[in-house]
Design a protein around this ligand. Structure first.
Ligand code: UDP
Length: 535
């Protein structure tokens, strides 16, 4: 049968009996198709029909059992890109008794993670949509270990960076196309289907213009831990030295036209070594090795900038934008560099001089050509000074502008860098703690009535329990006082463990009082249980 899987590792007859008797079992997490990951015993795949199959028997389990809501629109997203209609997962159902009439199944003994890669031709997509989500989905389920098998169902070939996917497990990942070679019916003994979206920070503009995700849940810490595992598996060790500037260039489009002049100017300005890299001229390992020791990474906007995650803490990321492209509207790399704890300094430069741009109206549409458009539309685009907000992915004006080559105006570029990098080097700023305060304890209130129109409210509390183990530069307390029944409250920031309020405090009134601790101005703790205080 299959050469790939050593069938000695499983008892074929036993597996077949188990499948016939128990059928498929599925248990999932998640309320919606967009946050669901499912674990299966004996999920099968029919290579002829190109469909997954769920076998029903008396012992099969399907949780959640959505009935036909399973098709509205799908059971789950197979890629990390949210709710994309080309990335849905579902299965067909059959009674286990039908197995008697079907081709003999081939069993996959490995614990398998089944997913879609989103766009394996593009380095940004590879890291953001695939590698990080796969890495952290594997961390979530302990049996998805180094021996796990990855199965990519999007239907693409390996792509230019398949070696990166190979780093995630010791087993060769399988492509949809290869499944055919194992037979007509494959059954995955144990599998997980779907990817965690916890690590993604950017949405590409399918339903609203592109931008950071509304609720980013990852910090620099998780990015760096992932990056250091990747470096370890590539046998790269960070070179500690005085640092240098890396210009990451593109060689087929979106060029920097005066690269030599730029390099010279940078070397002179910063009195520091300056090197160039490109995906066409160096191996990926080599590029990561170089970037991991750099103090500054400069590049035209583009997928190669995802490698900024390998920069050392405190480094600067300088992103160049062609004429008529507004940096504020295309921020995957800015968002990455600005994640809390990423500790990178981000600077955007934009070509504002039309005479310094070289456009390619005659190229094919997917490289930014516009000659296929109506004359009027072409003229409008050529006259426009900024690409208006737009949706992904085929906006001709956007493609026209983003695929321009750029002559960098050295004087204005250096001036921008000088200004931006004036701020203290992040390296020297002590890494701020991210430990949040606990609740304040033993909080209570006392009141006294002074006169018919005068009262006092004394509130006191004790420090949060975790504070005694921490060195915190600044500890403050926030107190909210609300008259019962009113919908506004008075907030106070206080340095001590008690305070007597007399302003705006009325006699014979009920107040609700909330207290919480704040570390270093912005690390908020939880509010303690509300105090009900009667004057
Ligand atoms: N690319 C490259 N050199 C080039 C042009 C592209 O290495 O001259 C790479 C780029 O980094 C990305 C892939 O080719 O990984 C696709 O590039 P595209 O311009 O389509 O996407 P973008 O960089 O705008 O995300």
């Amino acid at each position: 049968q299959s050469q790939e899987f050593s069938q000695v590792r499983i008892d074929y007859h036993g597996a077949l009996l188990a499948l016939q008797e128990h059928g498929t079992r599925m248990v999932c997490t998640g309320k919606m198709h967009t946050d669901r990951i499912c674990r299966f015993d004996y999920l099968c795949y029919c290579t002829e029909a190109e469909e997954f199959v769920f076998f029903h028997s008396n012992a099969s389990v399907m949780l959640p059992n959505l009935g036909s809501r399973r098709f509205q629109p799908a059971l789950l997203d197979l890629s990390s890109v949210e709710d994309h209609n080309t990335q849905y997962f579902n299965f067909l159902e059959l009674p286990a008794a039908a197995l008697k009439f079907m081709p003999k199944p081939v069993f996959v003994p490995d614990v398998t993670l089944i997913l879609n890669r989103f766009n394996p031709d593009n380095l940004m997509h590879i890291f953001h949509d695939d590698l990080l989500p796969i890495f952290y989905t594997m961390q979530q389920y302990s049996d998805l270990d180094d021996e796990a098998r990855l199965v990519f169902m999007e239907g693409w070939s390996e792509g230019p960076h398949f070696d990166l996917y190979r780093l995630l497990s010791s087993k060769q990942p399988l492509l949809k196309e290869q499944l055919k070679s194992f037979g007509k019916l494959m059954c995955f003994t144990k599998s997980y289907v779907g990817l965690s979206k916890m690590t993604t920070w950017y949405q590409y503009g399918f339903v609203q213009p592109q931008g950071p995700k509304a609720n980013v849940l990852i910090t620099g810490n998780e990015i760096r831990q992932f990056a250091s595992v990747i470096m370890e598996r590539l046998n790269i060790t960070r070179e500690e030295g005085d640092g240098y500037i890396v210009v990451f260039k593109r060689t087929t489009n979106r060029l920097i036209l005066n690269e030599a002049e730029l390099l010279l100017a940078l070397a002179q300005e910063f009195q520091i070594r300056t090197v160039t890299v490109s995906l066409e001229e160096q191996s990926f390992e080599n590029i990561i090795q170089i970037i991991s020791g750099a103090t500054m990474l400069i590049s035209m906007h583009g997928a190669q900038m995802i490698t900024s995650m390998f920069l050392p803490r405190g480094a600067a990321v300088v992103e160049l934008f062609p004429y008529a492209v507004n940096p504020e509207q295309y921020t995957p790399y800015k968002t990455l560099a600005s994640l809390p704890g990423m500790d990178l300094q981000y600077v955007a430069w934009r070509n504002t001089q039309e005479e310094n741009t070289v456009a390619y109206p005659d190229r094919p549409w997917d490289q930014g050509g516009i000659v296929h458009l109506e004359k009027e539309e072409q003229e409008r685009i050529l006259a426009s000074k900024e690409v208006p907000r737009h949706l992904c992915c085929r906006n001709p004006e956007w493609l026209f502008r983003i695929y321009q080559d750029t002559m960098v105006d050295i004087a204005s570029f250096l001036e921008l860098l000088r200004e931006a990098l004036k701020k203290p080097n992040l390296k020297k700023v002590k890494v701020a703690s991210t430990v949040h305060p606990g609740r304040v304890r033993e909080h209570k209130c006392q009141s006294s009535v002074q006169a018919t129109n005068e009262a006092k409210l004394s509130v006191s509390w004790q420090i949060p329990w975790n504070l005694k183990y921490l060195k915190v530069k600044e500890v403050k307390y926030e107190v909210w006082i609300q008259e019962q029944g009113e919908n506004t409250y008075m907030p106070y920031i206080l340095p001590h463990l008690n305070y007597t309020f007399s302003e705006n405090i009325k006699p014979f009134t009920t107040y609700l009082v909330w207290v919480r601790c704040i570390f270093n101005k912005n690390l908020l703790g939880p509010f303690a249980d509300v105090l009900v205080c009667k004057t």
